[in-house]
Design a protein around this ligand. Structure first.
Ligand code: NDP
Ligand code: 2IT
Length: 445
């Protein structure tokens, strides 16, 4: 990178030591925006880059709760309110033992640009805890959520900061969190959280939105080549919310997903993943992918193995950050993968992205490809604010339009920046410019 940008990056490294994921996300954005950042004198004069990589507010707190044996447990809670230029902070909560300040900061940083790309008035934030929901009873999850909200409640609000789900946080957790917020605040403030159940303020289509939007985006990419997902085979990682509904939409559009995974290993199912069975095992029983393979005739469980060397046309990583490295992409290329679209946030390492680009594979960054979830969260906020509940087909149609807009914005912006067809440059630049221009208008804050 240019020396001026290196200096800003070095400063960020010094200020944020031992935060590898955050450093990685910042570096990726800076490298892909180098020509833009160097050409915009106004951005330099307003120190946009220096300001945008510094969160507006970082909240860390103790979460003490009691397990079913009355033993006191201690976890750490986080909420990073990264950037409120375009609207209230917006972004999910992640409950997973791998959560650190670095992980939440990288997610919050990415969320700024993703949210800008949706075209809706939402700033960027993220939160979570190193709490591990695996193996916990419903009561334990409830007590944890209540203790977590006891502190979080003082920092959020429908016009302030609106959390939602992410890894380990789904409808059950959002329910417990909302119940506790309502008890503390003594008001029914529906728009304070999204991803609520549809019976009390949730939007139809929010559960499906990230996975559906991902496949719509991939379909838009293929349409540029006169092609579509119809008849294509896909390898999918993960087996949670994003993976499940990506597979469902792919099947609706005539494609076939042949894999799922979790932290225990992966499943190859040559007959195509049975989505109803997957939902039964994951959503109802909170089980593992090994259990899916055990009851599905031709499926094979591969303990400890990833899915990336399975031959297919499309790859949809939908589990977690850095789950795809350079060798994985080489294997994908070798086995005929033509498109990689990120359902997870930052699933490809920098080396993996480089191989994908050099191999001329179509590559969609998560900021663009998985933006359908947060976009539909913003639709939920709109419904809450206007006391409406839209039918499912209305929400899905809006989602389809939003994904199409993001897709064309990426392509047009990439073209303007002399990087035709580069979705990463297009997504980073379009999101960044939208926020940066608004920051200039709002003065030095
Ligand atoms: P879920 O908790 O529903 O599912 C997560 C899945 O990923 C599980 O199968 C889980 O397996 C696996 N996984 C999580 N961490 C690891 C790990 N360290 N190693 C291996 N497997 C892992 O989460 P979501 O589906 O909601 O989220 C998946 C990804 O999509 C995340 O990167 C998230 O940030 C991103 N995302 C989610 C959105 C949403 O609306 N939910 C929106 C946009 C992006 P296991 O149970 O074994 O941990
Ligand atoms: O990463 C993400 O975009 C999410 N987890 C969804 C956030 C939201 O506010 O719906």
């Amino acid at each position: 990178m240019d020396a001026r940008l290196e200096a800003v990056y070095e400063e960020a490294l010094k200020r944020n030591p031992t935060q590898p994921e955050f450093q990685q996300a910042v570096r990726e954005v800076m490298e892909s925006l180098e020509p833009l950042l160097l050409s915009r004198r106004d951005y330099q004069d307003s120190a946009i880059l220096e300001r945008i990589i510094e969160p507006e507010r970082q909240i860390m707190f103790r979460v003490a709760w009691q397990d079913d044996d009355n033993k006191v447990r201690v976890n750490r809670g986080y909420r990073i309110q990264f950037n409120s230029t375009l609207g209230p902070y917006k972004g999910g909560l992640r409950f997973h033992p791998s959560v650190t300040l670095s992980v939440i900061k990288f997610l919050g940083f990415e969320q700024i640009f993703k949210n800008a790309l949706t075209g809706q008035g939402i700033g960027g934030g993220k939160g979570g805890s190193d709490f591990d929901p695996h193996g916990k009873s419903d009561d334990e999850v409830m007590r944890f959520c209540q203790a977590f909200m006891m502190e979080l409640s003082r920092h959020i609000g429908a016009d302030v900061d609106v959390p939602a789900g992410d890894i380990g946080v789904g409808a059950r957790e959002i329910g417990y969190l909302f119940g506790q917020y309502k008890r503390i605040a003594n008001r029914n403030e529906a728009g304070v959280l999204t991803g609520k159940a549809v019976g009390w303020g949730g939007s139809l289509g929010r559960t499906e939105a990230t996975g559906y939007g991902l496949v719509m985006f991939a379909n838009n990419m293929l349409a540029e080549r006169g092609d579509s997902v119809e008849g294509k085979t896909a390898i999918v990682s993960g087996s949670g919310n994003v993976a499940t509904y990506a597979i469902e939409k792919l099947h609706q559009l005539g494609g076939k997903a042949v894999s799922i995974s979790d932290s225990g290993g992966s499943v190859y199912d040559p007959d195509g993943i049975d989505v109803d069975l997957l939902k039964l095992i994951k959503e109802v029983r909170r089980g593992r992918v090994a259990e899916y393979a055990a009851v599905r005739p031709n499926a094979e469980f591969r303990a400890g193995q990833k899915v990336w060397e399975i031959p297919a046309d499309l790859a949809l990583p939908c589990a977690t950050q850095n789950e795809v490295d350079a060798n994985d992409v080489r294997a994908m290329h070798h086995h005929g993968i033509e498109l990689v679209a990120e359902g997870a946030n930052m699933p490809l390492t920098p080396g993996a992205i480089e191989v994908a680009e050099n191999s001329k594979m179509l590559f969609a960054p998560g900021k663009a490809a998985n933006a359908g979830g947060v976009a539909t969260s913003a639709l939920e906020m709109q419904q809450n604010a206007s006391l409406q509940a839209w039918p499912a087909d209305v929400v899905e149609e809006k989602l389809e339009g939003i994904m199409e807009d993001i897709h064309s914005t990426c392509l047009t912006t990439a073209e303007e920046l002399d990087a035709p067809g580069n979705y990463m440059v297009g997504a980073n630049a379009a999101g960044f410019m939208k926020v940066a221009d608004a920051m200039i208008q709002q003065g030095v804050v």
